[in-house]
Design a protein. Structure first.
Length: 158
């Protein structure tokens, strides 16, 4: 428990000076695995429809994750449930040849990855939006996945 408190405080400190972030949230998997039935979703509000946004999926894993890649389906919906965008994320969490972990190391055997969903995306209407993630692997339980999250940030393109 103390470990997660230190990790949280470190993440809070590092992201505290981030002026491009509009929204960032994680769903933690306390048992250190992601079951296929768990579909984390994140709701956020957009007011500025003239701005462009980058939408990123965040994955936090430990070195106990047994594969080099991960596949995740995502869906972006508006407040009425209309599907605006759907896609498949895939990334190498470990180097396929050497097995060396990719991503940014927070502490010890934990690594963070940011996977781009949409780049320079412009919302047509202000309001609430929702992004959902579904793991799309060949097993029902993904060992070593500690959390998934969503980040929405203002794009450099204006």
């Amino acid at each position: 428990m103390r470990f997660f408190l230190v990790l949280f405080l470190l993440a809070l400190f590092v992201t505290g000076c981030d002026n491009t972030r509009v929204y960032e949230e994680y769903t933690d998997f306390n048992e250190r695995y992601w079951i296929v039935k768990e579909v984390p979703s994140f709701e956020f509000s957009i007011q500025d429809t003239l701005a462009h946004y980058n939408i990123l999926g965040n994955v936090r894993n430990s070195v106990s994750y047994p594969w080099s890649r991960i596949f995740i389906n995502y869906t972006l919906q508006d407040s009425t449930g209309v599907e605006l965008h759907k896609g498949l994320l895939s990334d190498f969490l470990f180097d396929a040849k050497t097995g060396k972990p990719n991503g940014v190391s927070g502490l010890g055997d934990i690594f963070d990855h940011q996977l781009p969903l949409l780049k320079d995306y412009q919302f047509k209407r202000p309001g609430k939006y929702k992004v959902s993630f579904e793991q799309f692997m060949r097993t029902d339980t993904l060992q070593g996945i500690l959390a998934v999250g969503l980040r929405v940030e203002r794009s450099e393109k204006e």
